[in-house]
Design a protein around this ligand. Structure first.
Ligand code: FAD
Length: 461
């Protein structure tokens, strides 16, 4: 194996973004991914019971995801995202009542505010309070991470309690931050709302993948990289970074070889995330996770730059895939305010042959010690029966719950002090991942931007 200009460790969105940007800059790249497949936390697995590929959980793409959508374009995969159904979000309440929030209209923030004001999912008094809070969010310039409030603390200044506004703020916060208002820090929430919901136009539309991730972007990205001469080595994890002296990278030791290089991008999680193996749960490549800290020698592991990563906490997501014997969902994406289940995504139907598939998401889901997988499935079905009339009489043909116990970092107040830039104090070592200092919540877009930034730093240095 010849000496690559840059080694990328990790084949999730951040690693794929880094590798793509590196080849665009003319660099020779080798990418190591410890799992059998690429994709990381945005991946698929073949389910013999369903007889097809299922995603670890449905993901929403926002029109404002410029880096992620730019990559999809480069990989020839952009047609796999459907933005057409994402101009309105139906909020479905326990009695089956439905109120639609219009998004993605022309006219930017003003139109977004007008749309909020006409949204009947909250009483007029709550709409007025919400509009005041949104206007304040738009005017907030920079938040000092030392005194950053939670989203709940910010809302309380506008007289909004967590469960008020028909569950609007809770739904929005868990969707953007994978954490409830009482835990989520305000900074990434502001960025998310500004770049997404209230940016107006196509930037605020919601996009839904029309095929499983494996076919949607993983195979196209791999094809693109192989085509550009990248060595993509799956089932081969990095075990250790190799140094010359104290702070210069000279290579990587993987499970199969030692490879020389003077530049490495670690596009992997910062610290250990608890495994979701066991308890009948399906784990998504987490069982044998490596992480930044344990690839480093002690001297660096205890250095201030890296040791602060130990303060990161993580928050789970649970997803339930269900095949019913009939159609039960009208819209491609629906939101259930105040429910245990936050979203439901339509995944195809064939009324003639008697089936429809939906996938649900519960963000900031209960951990392994709080709820069993069976209990999660029961709660999800009970939410669906309560809110979707068609489900009451429908028969469940297949059901599968996927829990990702450490789905994203929990971005609490002050977390901008822990999130690192791509450049590290070690010569030749760069970091990427949704948890890095992008200012965004931990999403595909944050991972993609962090990957591109790390690549630019690596080739620019
Ligand atoms: C169920 C679920 C739903 C989500 N919904 C959304 C959504 O709607 N919208 C959105 O934008 N985001 C969503 N996210 C978040 C999104 O999936 C992540 O932000 C993104 O995938 C993170 O990418 P990453 O590259 O930073 O990390 P990862 O995807 O974790 O990639 C890291 C990769 O590195 C590999 N690795 C680790 N250690 C080593 C090693 N030593 N050697 C080699 N390889 C290694 C891992 O196997 C993994 O493939 C969701 C996440 C989950 C779990």
């Amino acid at each position: 194996m010849s000496k690559p200009d840059v080694v990328v460790v990790g084949g999730g969105w951040a690693g794929l973004a880094a590798a793509t940007r590196l080849v665009q800059a003319g660099a020779g790249v080798t990418l190591f991914e410890q799992s059998k497949e690429l994709g990381g936390r945005c991946s698929s697995f073949y389910d013999p019971d369903f007889g097809e590929w299922l995603d670890n959980g449905p993901h929403v793409f926002i029109g404002a995801y410029r880096a992620a959508l730019g990559l999809m374009d480069v990989w020839g995969a952009i047609d796999g995202i459907d933005f057409d159904g994402g101009r309105e979000i139906p909020f479905i309440y326990p009695d089956g009542r439905e109120e639609r929030l219009k998004i993605g209209g022309k006219g930017g923030a003003i139109a977004a505010l007008a749309s909020l004001m006409s949204f009947k999912g909250m009483p007029l008094r709550d709409r007025l309070k919400t509009a005041r809070a949104v206007r304040a969010l738009m005017r907030t310039e920079k938040i000092d991470p030392h005194s950053e409030p939670t989203v709940a603390e910010f809302l309380s200044r506008y007289g909004i309690g967590e469960s008020e506004c028909g569950g609007f703020w809770n739904s929005l916060t868990v969707a953007v931050m994978n954490a409830p208002p009482r835990l989520a820090g305000l900074s990434p929430m502001i960025r998310g709302i500004r770049e997404g919901l209230i940016s107006g136009g196509s930037g605020s539309r919601l996009g839904k993948p029309i095929k499983p991730f494996q076919q949607l972007y993983i195979e196209p990205a791999k094809r693109y990289l192989l085509d550009k001469g990248v060595e993509v080595r799956t089932s081969e994890g990095a075990k250790r970074l190799l140094f010359a002296g104290d702070n210069r990278i000279v290579g990587v030791e993987t499970s199969k070889r030692r490879i020389e290089t003077d530049k490495v991008i670690l596009a992997i999680p910062p610290v250990h995330r608890h495994s979701s193996a066991g308890d009948g749960m399906l784990s998504t490549a987490e069982g044998q996770q490596q992480f930044v800290l344990n690839l480093l020698p002690d001297r660096w592991r205890n250095d201030e730059f890296f040791s602060r990563f130990r303060s990161f906490r993580f928050t789970p997501i649970a997803s339930v895939h269900i095949t019913f014997d009939r159609a039960v969902l009208r819209d491609p994406i629906s939101l259930f305010p105040g429910a245990f289940t936050h979203w439901a995504f339509g995944r195809g139907e064939d009324e003639g042959n008697g089936w429809s598939r939906i996938s649900t998401i519960t963000s900031n889901a209960p951990g392994k010690n709080e709820m069993t997988t069976d209990e999660i499935v029961e709660r999800t079905l009970s939410d669906l029966r309560e809110r979707l009339t068609g489900v009451k009489s429908a028969e469940v043909k297949h059901i599968r719950c996927v829990r990702t116990l450490a789905a994203t970092v929990l971005l609490e107040p002050g977390s901008e002090l822990i999130r690192p830039d791509a450049k590290t104090p070690i010569n030749g070592l760069y970091l990427a991942g949704d948890w890095c200092a992008t200012g965004l919540s931990a999403t595909i877009e944050s991972a993609a931007r962090a990957g591109e930034t790390a690549a630019e730093e690596a080739v620019g240095s």
